[in-house]
Design a protein around this ligand. Sequence first.
Ligand code: MG
Length: 344
Amino acid sequence: MYGKTNYEYVWLDGSAEPSIRSKVRVERGAPDNAPLWGFDGSSTNQAEGIDSDCLLSPVKEYTNPFNNPNSGYPDNKLVLCEVLNPDGTAHNTNARNILNSNSSQHLKNQDWWFGFEQEYVLVDPITERPLGFPEEGYPKPQGDFYCGVGVENVAGREIVDMHLEYCWDAGIEITGTNAEVMIGQWEYQCFGHGLDAADDLWMSRYILYKIAEKYNTAVTLHPKPVLGDWNGSGMHTNFSTGKMRDNGGKKLIKDICNALDKNHKEHIKVYGSNNDLRLTGLHETQHIDEFTWGDSDRGASVRVPVHTINNNYNGYLEDRRPGSNADPYKIVGALVKTLQSCRV
Ligand code: MG
């Protein structure tokens, strides 16, 4: 019998809001790296049928946490890929490549740190209602669900707990999880440096979807999956640079927030679709057309966390505007571009 390695290629399709796609390649033995591969771009909104080949260029490998430890093949990998045209140039849907080529060494040298607070809602695929919602009508009003305990207050915890462990097995730094304000809604925090932070967030989403499949459960990243008096889902993005952490101060924080104010519209453009349904000025959000910032203010667009205030304004900021469905490559790109003028 030959040894083998499974490479699970993971990439983003050409939908306006990219969806994740994956397929498995089996290699005999244990090659050093996953090879360049191809796929049918006409089935992913990335090519026409008459000229449909696109390339998958592996950029990062993760330990596959879905490995069966008893399989005898412990080297299986999840492989994050960029999509290329047949001639090897970057495909126009390849936001990772755009970020990588536009941003300075500054991002690449991992001086930037990001903490994404990914919120999501687990959904019954038959009723299309969040887990924990009755078949008709609504659950009790919000109040007991946030960080809730007990079957009457949370739904889907087994998925959340497994996701945390599987991400760490893959080498992705999840720094916490919690039940959110609506039943069936959860959050995890994903921390990383530079471009890796965005890579890891995409792969953590992939792992979440795959675990949810095991439980016959859907995951929605829609920023307002239930209309009305129910919290939407966001992806608060905490960010800092070495200068902000070590040599910040009130003036630098103010300069950064002023620059974010000036470029508010450019940020909102890449902070996810349907975000207007979530950023209403209610449910701990600022209205999508307004920009405000403030110390410890959860109703602001950007919050200065108490940790930063207490450290003489050295530390990180929290951008509360991104929706749960935003592409982290685009969030990072917008922040890096806007903060250039602040010499961070
Ligand atoms: Mg939250």
